[in-house]
Design a protein around this ligand. Structure first.
Ligand SMILES: Cc1cc2nc3c(=O)[nH]c(=O)nc-3n(C[C@H](O)[C@H](O)[C@H](O)COP(=O)(O)OP(=O)(O)OC[C@H]3O[C@@H](n4cnc5c(N)ncnc54)[C@H](O)[C@@H]3O)c2cc1C
Length: 857
């Protein structure tokens, strides 16, 4: 065993071996994987080995597609078979809602380059004769599904990594991790200490314990999972003989069941409602190649439905029941990336579908370690998406909820109840008493909308417009015509201070920093000139700035800020989280309302649009921004939590004469739509350039050298290929949700060069599996081309949308080829909503207050 290496990967499951292989492939060969026992000694050895590409997050789906595509290369390099069976599979819908869900998935698949197809139950039965089609209303066929040998695949990664020069040390538990002042890690193992620049936690079932070695509580929990294998079945043998094909994989949402052929019988697994965590607090170190006791009673309800739906299987004898544990993060997606506050400590764990996701996880993490950036939009699996509130107990409740809902529909207006409330502001009880329907915003309870008194404050979940529609409309109209108040504690808030604070921000941000007492809006870019942040910044003192941004991105942004902080202490950064809370008032009467609450002049001359001022509001010390996300005349008021109730009461009392209303997040988001304002993580993500994102007003290429400037200048000079645009949609009773395809009537004109980007900069792969390198405004591998219907062609994708209540229109934002971005013609675009194409028209100017006169006051 070497005593010094560049990187140590802890854990020889499929994920650790994939990370090792990808690091070696990227050129880091002085690396070592340390495994406690033998390879696959965690959850990897007893996996059912199924793989598929579909995922709710299209960016994660893309990395899954990469994983599946990688296996052939892996077999060639390693000489080890993965026993790939690319059978294809169907998802069966038992209800109209589930069919809507499949239509949505199919629509997303269109621009992800997936070849899915909506089919009838009898077509599905032809592929899988063991089913009874009368229980289903439709299905979706996906050709890129199948199964493989989990152990062979893990060994294939390991062998390929070894061929490239990596070392693998078996039967050697890592006992302790310490870090020297120079950042070197001491990996203390049973066989001695290895010194390494980087450590990667791929501990799988023990990832939590490995995290604790460095004082980090990772939000992962293992769940028991069961599948059974039938005796050989004559029906299966007959089907194979007749068709010359293996049986396909089948997913039955109603029964919470997945099945596939295993030898001459069937493998059937369940994600049962009565699920059970395994080792909820500590994972025993002596657990290894053993299985857990089967508990057929627990999965009996699923089996009962399964046997009705698949009578062919009901009569087969059960040969074996496998019960094994594997880990989940609270939302079921992996935890990948560098851990904030630690240098060169990386994680790749909580991977619940190692054989669908392991390759993509390995690629993204190795890019991140080698190039300083994952090269893909990996937000959906970034470890930074969880805050301090994701404690052991929070994780336990959420993972159980997620597991038991694995095959349930998540409606776009559905808030999940487990582990709530986690964080609350002082106004929580008041908001609940005001009949607010509350939602979870990065662990914080936030009002979504207000039900009228006497009505139950509850969402009726649906893909269509629902019971909140009328009430959100009332909140919007009252705000636009009079004045409204809403909680904005769910923004991220930071203070940057110190003699070099301004230089630091100028280096990170694309816009010029404001003068004292003024505010600017500014994107932030990475080295590849891609959008990684969008902030409001106020200069609050000579060497002091306040920054507001996306709440969910707090850890993500802190990691970036800290990485670039000067080492000499000349800049300090503080994240407030919930130690600073806020209220926003908006609408034509908001100025008169504020004036009643303060002892200074807040007329539009004295307190201008984009001004910042500290002032007492209702007697409480506050910071006030003359800006609001509704796009109205309005204010954001920030205060310590101890004052929030006082300020809220003062606002409501003083606002009575103006007819003030409470409004929630949904009204806020509706109002921003009619101003064409983008949102972070929807319109603005690391896959887009600032000009693509239509953010040019905030990009000052000439100001000074900032991170990403060169790439942004190139994008500007060449002209962006894509543009973010806003649409009116002729919708019926359902609005867009995001990720719907945008069609254009462009005749024979081919927009084949326009693709949905998922990656940039770092290595990526074309359809033939060939690696493409470069730091150009890359396109990932997701194509909108080739989807043609007569004169119509899919040319883009929706990022978000909804109903814009004040202007009375359904609206959407999305990306289209730049050449089409200013074409406001009728009849040119259609947007697919729940499988039906609806006419759409670009609106270049925002429909509400296009001149900005109302906003400026
Ligand atoms: C019953 C069942 C069915 C499944 N079916 C599927 C499926 O069909 N498709 C699919 O994609 N996934 C499936 N999975 C999930 C899949 O098994 C996991 O996603 C995958 O195994 C995760 O791999 P990993 O490398 O992260 O973790 P693990 O396989 O748990 O590997 C972690 C490794 O780290 C080692 N380790 C931990 N701590 C230390 C230490 N301190 N020092 C040294 N070594 C250490 C362990 O010994 C272990 O070998 C299934 C799982 C189960 C249980």
């Amino acid at each position: 065993m070497k005593s010094h290496v560049k990187a140590v990967v802890i854990g020889g499951g499929v994920v650790g071996c994939s990370v090792l292989y990808h690091l070696a492939r990227a050129g880091w060969t002085d690396i070592m994987l340390i495994e406690r026992s033998e390879l696959t000694s965690g959850s990897s050895w007893h996996a059912a080995g199924g793989f598929h590409t579909l995922n709710g997050d299209p960016n994660v789906a893309k990395l899954q597609a990469y994983t599946v595509q990688l296996y052939k290369e892996l077999e060639e390099i390693s000489g080890q078979s993965c026993s790939l069976h690319l059978t294809g599979g169907v998802m069966l819908a038992d209800s109209p809602e589930r069919m809507d869900f499949l239509r949505l998935a199919h629509a997303k698949g269109r621009y992800l380059g997936m070849d899915t197809e909506l089919i009838t139950p009898s077509e599905a039965k032809k592929m899988f004769p063991l089913m009874d089609e009368k229980h289903f209303v439709g299905a979706m066929w996906d050709p890129v599904e199948g199964h493989l040998d989990p152990s062979g695949t893990t060994h294939a990664y390991a062998k390929a990594a070894k061929k490239l020069g990596a070392e693998i040390v078996l039967r050697n538990p890592v006992k302790e991790l310490t870090q020297d002042p120079d950042g070197t890690w001491n990996v203390v193992t049973e066989q001695g200490t290895v010194r390494a620049e980087h450590v990667v936690n791929c501990g799988g079932l023990w990832a939590r314990e490995v995290g604790r070695m460095v004082g980090v509580e990772l939000p992962v929990l293992a769940m028991e999972h069961m599948y059974l294998l039938t005796e050989p079945m004559p029906e299966v043998e007959a089907f194979n003989k007749e068709t010359g094909r293996e049986m396909i994989g089948v997913l039955d949402f109603k029964g919470e069941i997945y099945t596939r052929q295993e030898r001459n019988g069937i493998l059937l697994g369940t994600y049962e409602k009565a699920c059970k965590p395994w080792s909820p607090v500590n994972t025993p170190w002596d657990f290894g190649h053993e299985l857990l006791a089967p508990d057929l009673d627990r999965i009996a309800p699923s089996l009962e439905i399964g046997f009705q739906h698949f009578p062919g299987i009901a009569n087969a004898g059960i040969k074996q029941v496998i019960n094994g544990p594997f880990t989940f993060a609270p939302d079921g997606n992996p935890l990948v990336g560098p851990v904030q506050d630690l240098t060169n400590f990386w994680v790749a764990c909580g991977v619940m579908a190692g054989f669908s996701q392991g390759g993509g996880v390995g690629l993204a993490l190795s890019n991140w370690m080698v190039n300083g950036d994952p090269g893909f939009d990996v937000w959906g699996m970034d470890v930074a998406r969880w805050g301090e509130w994701a404690s052991l107990r929070y994780t336990n409740a959420k993972v159980r909820e997620n597991y038991s809902r694995r095959f349930s529909i998540r409606f776009p207006n559905e808030e999940l109840p487990a582990a709530r409330p986690a964080q609350t502001t002082p106004l929580y009880d008041t908001m609940v008493a005001n009949n607010a329907v509350m939602g979870d915003s990065w662990g914080l309870e936030t009002p979504l909308w207000f039900a009228p008194k006497g009505t139950e404050p509850k969402d009726i979940v649906s893909f269509h417009r629902s019971n909140d529609f009328e009430h959100i409309g009332n909140e919007v109209r009252a705000t636009r015509e009079r004045v409204g108040v809403t909680e904005i504690a769910n923004f991220a808030k930071y203070e940057v201070s110190g003699p070099a604070a301004e230089d630091f921000l100028n280096r990170l941000m694309t816009n010029r920093m404001p003068k004292k007492g003024r505010i600017v809006l500014t994107p932030m870019l990475n080295e590849f000139g891609r959008l990684i942040g969008d902030f409001t910044i106020a200069k609050t003192g000579d060497d002091k700035f306040m920054i507001w941004g996306s709440s969910a991105a707090q850890k993500y942004h802190m990691r970036w800020f800290e990485k670039h902080l000067p080492k000499d202490g000349s800049v300090r950064i503080h994240r407030f989280d919930q130690t600073l809370v806020g209220l926003s008032i908006a609408g034509p009467k908001s100025q008169a309302l504020l004036q009643k609450l303060v002892d200074v002049d807040v007329s539009s001359k004295a307190f201008r649009f984009m001004d910042f001022r500290e002032m007492a509001v209702g007697g409480a010390p506050c910071m006030v921004n003359r800006i609001t996300y509704t796009g109205d005349l309005g204010y954001e008021i920030w205060m310590a939590p101890a004052y929030q109730r006082l300020v809220y009461k003062a606002i409501k009392d003083a606002g009575e004469e103006f007819g003030i209303v409470d409004f929630g997040m949904r009204a806020l988001l509706s109002m921003r739509l009619e101003k064409n304002f983008p949102t972070w993580f929807r319109e603005l993500r690391p896959i887009y350039g600032p000009f693509e994102g239509s953010m040019e007003r905030f990009i000052k290429l000439e100001k000074n050298d900032f991170i990403g400037r060169e790439a942004a200048a190139k994008e500007h000079a060449e002209g962006p290929k894509l543009r973010r645009v806003s649409f009116y949609v002729d919708a019926q009773d359902a609005d867009v949700m995001g990720d719907e395809p945008i069609w254009a009537k462009v005749g024979a004109k081919d927009f084949g060069t326009v693709e949905k980007p998922h990656g940039y900069g770092a290595p990526r792969f074309d359809e033939t599996g060939k690696e493409v390198r470069g730091s150009d405004a890359a396109t990932g591998a997701s194509a909108v081309r080739g989807i043609v219907d007569g004169d119509w062609r899919v040319v883009g994708w929706v990022t978000s949308g909804g109903y814009a209540h004040y202007v009375g229109k359904s609206m959407a934002q999305g990306y289209v080829p730049a050449v089409l971005a200013e074409n406001e013609a009728d009849g040119l675009f259609e947007i697919e909503i729940l499988g039906k194409r609806r006419p759409a028209r670009i609106n270049v100017e925002p429909p509400f207050d296009p001149s900005g006169d109302k906003m400026r006051g």
